[in-house]
Design a protein around this ligand. Structure first.
Ligand SMILES: Cc1cc2nc3c(=O)[nH]c(=O)nc-3n(C[C@H](O)[C@H](O)[C@H](O)COP(=O)(O)OP(=O)(O)OC[C@H]3O[C@@H](n4cnc5c(N)ncnc54)[C@H](O)[C@@H]3O)c2cc1C
Ligand SMILES: C[S@@+](CC[C@H](N)C(=O)[O-])C[C@H]1O[C@@H](n2cnc3c(N)ncnc32)[C@H](O)[C@@H]1O
Length: 646
């Protein structure tokens, strides 16, 4: 990630962008629009293929080099004109040097006829950091997944079945590192049988390389002054090698009805991800309203505990942060959320060392090191130390985000209804409650640690946490960004600051305690001792809730198996962990979970919901496959087998 850079552009007299790095143009000077339409849309026969889609079908386009997004916008415009209602477009594009939002806006002024699409893109084009950045457009009819990084690093991480490829990227002579047999092999691996491919170049080595990878490529007349280009289709699909426990479950073919259990952030995010895909979703909540438990805190922080080692957790957090920020664009800042920035102070030498690594590893628009004076100026309050500033971070009122999601079409909230049992039926699931039973084709358990009552095999733990509510004082009213160390203090909302939070492992009641207010004030004393000294624990009010965690602190997101059959079917792993038996996993068809979001549900739940929907609908995964596997519920039965447990 250290080599991350935005596109370095020059602009010519007619306002066209040129890459300083590659010394090449982003599109034809004559007419970028016409070239895109001819080379990529027409040669992939997209108009007729879009028109032939059925409702509920998803068409996947893959692209190398997102650049200004011109190809994407043209494809979207054509999709809008041709595809039937209920069909969806999924566009996956890799980009090593993303344009800044300002450069993107400037480039797109060149195409007024695309304004409706480019405005929507720009609204979502934020937090485009390294990794997988998903943008949800047109109420979910169009999904854009940007893979930020080098194509040879990112494509191997992708799990998708592409219908049509736009092989773009600067001219092979100007960008020889990209046009390699490794790239062509990746394109073949990621292709659905019969996938088509078009590219503006007709270089012989590109044609031969694509042929060797399994594509049948032919020369066709090029656009404008270019004599020829290449177009073709995959002739020899490659077999996918995925262990059965992480393979895609069979696609659900029945009614598109789902019941989601739990109306916290995880359940509401899941509901909206499914509803945007045309599912009828009922969210069942045992309390009288949504967001009454962990997701009922008045303020939660968009906090990123990153690692410079690209761990699955760090990748999940960074990809998730971007998606959450984009979701929040639908809510006006104010009582619902504030993009005020987050300061993470370095309170020890070890913290300072770790932060220096992070500052060297991640781009400056994500995080910036500040010394103590600069940090204090940012916060509007004297602080004990400097640290990292995350300018895009801030705080969120989680109930407002849940309410926003629940208000979307195709979602019904059923309150005061506790689910007590799940029964598989011939057509899906019967969801037994303390009242009337519900039926649905698919059920998603998003009830945090309470999920153990329905699925006792899941390794979930509930950890008590208490927030203290600090009334605003003259000293604290100027606080202008969230400040974190071991605890956190947010700028005031409704006359109070949220100060958090305790971790208590041996209490399961919800009564706030003075002891935990005192420990929260101690956490504050490490950040701003004068402010901490001005409050007394016994004067404070607060709120207790429970974080739900898993043993490896990653969430559990995806389809569920019958664990007894799983242990029986794969028992050979007890002797030899390297075995990969050719036996499908014993899925419990239509049963999914979205759980264990720990202390960071604001950052992880929207992305987890997209991941769950991608498993369910056989769509491109919204994060690197290894990260999706690290969050897969099957990792635990698998580990138990390998360790010879149970
Ligand atoms: C003190 C504290 C501070 C936190 N601070 C932050 C922060 O700063 N930033 C951040 O990102 N995250 C923070 N978190 C974590 C965040 O709140 C959680 O990750 C998130 O709320 C989890 O959402 P959830 O939907 O999984 O769980 P919950 O919000 O707990 O929702 C589960 C829902 O399921 C319902 N339910 C359970 N069983 C049943 C049943 N059988 N039938 C029907 N309904 C049922 C429950 O009533 C509940 O509404 C904090 C958590 C705590 C406790
Ligand atoms: C000609 S431009 C693409 C134009 C773009 N499709 C559009 O519609 O504007 C080529 C793009 O490929 C990107 N690129 C070049 N080499 C790459 C690589 N190795 N990995 C990822 N992206 C790369 C460049 O940064 C640039 O944005």
């Amino acid at each position: 990630m250290t080599d991350f850079q935005h596109a370095q552009l020059d602009w010519d007299a007619s306002g066209q962008p040129l890459s300083r790095t590659y010394g090449d143009v982003y599109f034809s000077r004559a007419s970028g629009l016409e070239e895109t339409r001819y080379v990529f849309l027409q040669q992939n026969r997209l108009a007729e293929r879009f028109a032939a889609l059925a409702a509920g079908e998803v068409f996947v386009i893959g692209e190398t080099g997102f650049g200004t997004g011109l190809n994407f916008l043209c494809a979207w415009q054509l999709f809008e004109a041709q595809a039937p209602a209920g069909a969806r477009l999924h566009f996956v594009s890799v980009e090593r040097f993303p344009l800044t939002a300002a450069d993107l806006a400037q480039a797109l002024t060149l195409w007024p006829e695309l304004a409706a699409y480019s405005t929507a893109l720009q609204r979502q084009y934020r937090a485009i950091h390294p990794g997988f950045q998903r943008l949800v457009l047109d109420e979910g009819r169009v999904t854009l997944t940007l893979l930020i990084g080098d194509v040879l690093e990112r494509l191997p991480e992708l799990d998708a079945q592409v219908d049509a490829w736009f092989l773009d990227g600067f001219a092979p002579a100007k960008n020889p590192e990209m046009w390699t047999s490794a790239l062509f092999a990746e394109l073949a691996r990621l292709s659905r049988p019969g996938a088509t491919l078009a590219t503006f170049t007709c270089a012989g080595f590109v044609r031969r390389g694509l042929n060797e990878a399994g594509f049948a490529m032919g020369k066709v007349p090029g656009f404008g002054h270019k004599r020829e280009m290449l177009a073709g289709a995959l002739e020899r699909p490659l077999a996918q090698a995925t262990p059965p426990w992480y393979a895609r479950p069979p696609r659900h073919g029945g009614a598109r009805t789902a019941v989601v259990i739990g109306a916290g952030l995880a359940g509401c995010a899941t509901a909206v991800s499914l509803a945007r895909r045309g599912w009828q979703v009922r969210v069942v909540e045992r309390h009288g309203a949504a967001a009454q438990e962990a997701s009922g805190n008045p303020q939660g922080v968009l906090y990123l505990k990153l690692s410079a080692h690209d761990t699955p957790l760090s990748r999940l957090i960074l990809d998730g942060f971007g998606l959450t920020l984009r979701e929040l664009q639908a809510l006006p800042p104010g009582a619902a959320w504030s993009p005020c920035g987050v300061l993470q102070l370095a309170l020890s030498d070890k913290d300072a060392q770790r932060q220096a690594q992070l500052a060297a590893h991640f781009p400056a628009d994500l995080l910036q090191p500040l010394d103590r004076d600069a940090a204090s100026a940012r916060a509007g309050m004297a602080l004990t130390a400097g640290g990292l500033f995350f300018p895009e971070g801030g705080w969120v009122h989680p109930p407002a985000l849940c309410a926003h999601w629940l208000a979307q079409p195709n979602i019904e909230l059923i309150t005061a209804t506790e689910v007590v049992d799940l029964q598989e039926t011939a057509t899906g699931w019967r969801i037994d409650t303390k009242g009337t039973a519900l039926e649905a084709a698919v059920v998603v358990v998003a009830s945090a640690a309470q999920a153990r009552r329905l699925l006792p095999e899941l390794p979930l733990k509930a950890i008590r946490g208490q927030l203290s509510s600090l009334p605003v004082t003259a000293q604290s009213e100027g606080l202008s960004s969230v400040v974190c160390g071991e605890g956190y203090l947010a700028p005031a909302r409704d006359g109070h600051h949220c100060l958090g939070a305790s971790f208590v492992f041996d209490r399961d009641d919800s009564e706030p305690s003075t002891g935990e207010h005192a420990s929260n004030l101690q956490l504050l004393a490490e950040l701003a001792p004068d402010l901490a000294a001005s409050h007394r624990p016994e004067d404070l009010t607060g709120r207790v809730a429970f974080r739900c965690t898993s043993p490896d602190y990653l969430p559990l997101v995806g389809p569920v198996v019958d664990e007894a059959s799983f242990a029986e079917r794969y028992q050979v792993l007890r002797q030899d962990a390297r075995q990969v038996p050719d036996l499908p996993a014993p899925w419990r068809p239509g049963l999914y979970v979205n759980l264990a979001h720990g202390s960071r549900g604001l950052v992880t739940t929207p992305l987890a919901a997209e991941l769950l929907a991608a498993w369910l609908e056989d769509e491109p995964l919204p994060l690197a496959r290894r990260v999706a596997e690290a969050c897969h519920p099957n990792r635990f039965p698998l580990r138990r087998l390998i360790r010879g447990e149970g």
